[in-house]
Design a protein around this ligand. Structure first.
Ligand code: SRM
Ligand code: SF4
Length: 586
């Protein structure tokens, strides 16, 4: 291929890529400067017997979803979608799965409608986009939206006739939902304070955006063995919960005398999947910022080629790396790259500053003098259309028309001048939104639950609101905690990383089946990384608020000095905790 370029073309390309690099975007992503690709450009069937095998697997051995993809690619159903929209008809058979390639989830029987899962790359929204999403929710949805645990937006209750209008409107606003579901890379997250955080090591927003656009423009990446999460953390005190992702980048500094040029680099953690009780682990790499997207793309392609296509339960990246070991995975990754990987010990990097939990809620100074960001509590991520429009308007009046979403289902409004703080807060209060610290309700996270998800055993969002209100009235904590409610073992609200985590289950009470929870204690992320241990089993929700209150009271009584809840819980093993709390569960 390189022979096809004249010398002047090669010079032009070199200059172009250098220019791109200087603007903060990644130049080499599976492609050398002279235009050679280091990966296959989209390929489904392989081998001599191409009709028989897909990704090296006999068609008859493929799992259901792989067969569906083989029959027709999810991105190739536009005609079907037009036809279904014209007839106001829901998809059938394999098309239900293919619609998810477009971010449209037919969520029957929980609701007889679609849920639209957007992509909000880097978790940043412009005011006009938030306004537009409010229009979608009002004109074609249920009049509300949810901030998700990937700093993203979901809109529900969309009917088939409106699906195409919704997708077109998304594109008109400079947004897309392509690949937000099914076997694709999900919303690429970035620290919500990126770009204005006085404590950040590196502004990761350009990297998250570059990653997003790389995925959008490479069709081969729309055929992974399974879902995939990528996150960029700026290395400051406000975390993006990167270590729960399949690939987690976080910025670090390396000082003098460590054998590499001193400066800012990225560590790479692999295989976070906390529903399977595993955090992403450091894989020993040190990357320059401009290498991150290339490495992620190469890693994706190794996964694409070698991940399990026969068993959905073993198809996540974790299982490939478990089978191969990290070194083999890195060696294979290197084959897809135009530069060598830099192995470098983690302990030669400067340690990260401590994370401030809930630290973005309220008013905080930005890098630029006189400007602030304001963290807003969005109870379980639920926003009405009026609130969405109001936030957009307030961000225009008092900020610079920008809103950031957090993986804790909250949001923040940046670039607010000192003199505008009170106006903004008053405006938010009128919308029923708080900016005040509260050590329990600021960290309340809940998945969709049975209001919209067929897997849910419980009404997580409604229960979270009830629980928060109860605890607020009954107990005061002097330190922040997180409570995560998830409706089923899929762990979308990541109950295993909450100080208190709750997983929905059906419980028998007085001969009747009622909504309840298994309750785990002591989970955390980042510097408090740890999987929570199950302490209570099958508790009807009715009993949960008083039970959690009792647990917190015992903690307050028994803790050493100002010991945190996590540390208190972790001083005991699960059996001791069960014993200790047995009387409150009775
Ligand atoms: Fe999730 C499937 C909702 C984040 C693990 N998740 C689902 C589905 C699509 C159920 C389905 O297949 O129909 C849920 C849609 C409900 C609905 O109608 O709203 C659903 N997941 C959510 C959201 C909306 C929870 C929330 O309320 O915030 C989150 C959307 C994130 C986004 O914007 O992309 C959401 N889900 C997560 C996370 C956290 C994350 O991605 O950072 C996880 C755990 C991390 C992980 O990847 O394992 C997660 N969701 C799952 C799983 C289990 C995957 C696994 O390999 O174990 C499923 C089931 C599946 O994929 O087959 C699932
Ligand atoms: Fe649905 Fe289960 Fe995910 Fe909750 S955790 S949204 S119930 S799949």
């Amino acid at each position: 291929m390189s022979q096809n370029f004249t010398e002047s073309q090669k010079e032009y390309l070199k200059g172009f890529f250098t220019g791109v690099s200087q603007r903060g975007f990644t130049p080499f992503v599976g492609q050398t400067a002279d235009g050679q690709f280091t990966h296959d450009q989209g390929q489904a069937a392989t081998g001599n017997d191409a009709e028989e095998r897909v990704h090296g697997v006999l068609i008859e051995d493929l799992c259901k979803e792989e067969k569906i993809k083989h029959e027709q690619h999810g991105l190739d159903i536009w005609d079907t979608m037009l036809d279904n929209a014209a007839k106001d008809k829901f998809p059938e058979g394999g098309d239900v799965f293919r619609y998810k390639f477009h971010g449209l989830f037919y969520v029957s029987p929980a609701q007889e409608s679609f849920m639209l899962r957007c992509r909000i790359p880097g978790c940043i929204l412009r005011a006009h986009q938030l306004d537009g999403l409010a229009d979608i929710a009002e004109d074609w949805g249920g009049g509300y939206a949810h901030v998700t645990t990937r700093g993203n937006i979901q809109i529900r209750e969309i009917m088939p006739k409106d699906t195409v209008d919704v997708l077109v409107k998304m594109r008109d606003m400079g947004l897309t939902s392509q690949g937000s579901g099914a076997d694709n890379v999900r919303n690429v997250t970035a620290s919500p304070t990126s770009g204005f955080d006085p404590e950040e090591v590196y502004d990761v927003l350009p990297l998250a955006k570059a990653m997003h656009h790389y995925i959008l423009n490479n069709r081969d990446l729309y055929d992974l063995p399974r879902k995939f999460n990528i996150s960029f953390d700026n290395g400051g005190a406000i975390s993006v919960c990167a270590d729960t992702n399949d690939i987690a980048f976080y910025a670090v500094r390396v000082g003098e005398g460590q054998g590499v040029e001193p400066g800012v680099y990225f560590r790479v953690q692999l295989c976070g999947i906390t529903g399977h009780k595993q955090f992403a682990q450091d894989c020993g790499l040190l990357l320059k910022p401009e290498e991150c997207v290339a490495v992620a793309a190469a890693m994706l392609r190794v996964f694409l080629k070698n991940g399990d296509r026969t068993n959905r339960k073993k198809a996540r990246l974790k299982y490939l790396v478990d089978t191969w070991g990290v070194e083999k995975y890195l060696d294979e990754t290197e084959k897809h790259l135009a530069f060598p990987l830099r192995r470098f010990p983690l302990d030669a990097c400067e340690p990260r500053i401590p994370i401030r939990r809930h630290g973005y809620i309220g008013v905080h100074p930005q890098t630029e003098d006189g400007l602030n960001y304001v963290g807003v509590v969005v109870p379980v991520g639920h926003l009405t259309v009026e609130q969405m429009r109001g936030i957009a308007q307030l961000s225009n009046i008092f900020g610079k028309g920008e809103v950031r979403l957090t993986v804790w289902q909250n949001l923040l409004i940046p670039h607010v001048a000192d003199k505008n703080i009170s106006g903004l807060k008053a405006g938010l209060a009128e919308l029923g939104l708080e900016t005040e610290h509260h050590n329990i309700t600021n960290g309340l996270v809940a998945c969709t639950g049975n209001a919209g998800c067929k897997y849910a055993a419980s009404g997580t969002k409604a229960h979270a609101i009830q629980l928060g209100a109860y605890l607020r009235d009954h107990i005061e904590l002097d330190q922040p905690i997180n409570i995560h409610l998830t409706g089923c073992p899929n762990s979308c609200a990541q109950h295993y990383v909450g100080d208190i985590g709750m997983q929905g289950v059906k419980v028998k009470a007085d001969g009747e089946s009622v909504e309840g929870y298994n309750i785990v204690l002591g989970g955390g992320v980042d510097h408090q990384q740890g999987i929570a241990a199950e302490v209570f089993n099958s508790v009807p929700f009715e009993q949960v608020p008083a039970l959690i209150e009792s647990v917190l009271r015992i903690y307050l009584t028994e803790r050493q000095l100002d010991e945190s809840f996590i540390n208190y819980v972790r001083r005991h093993d699960a059996a001791e905790l069960k014993e200790k709390f047995s009387h409150v569960a009775a």
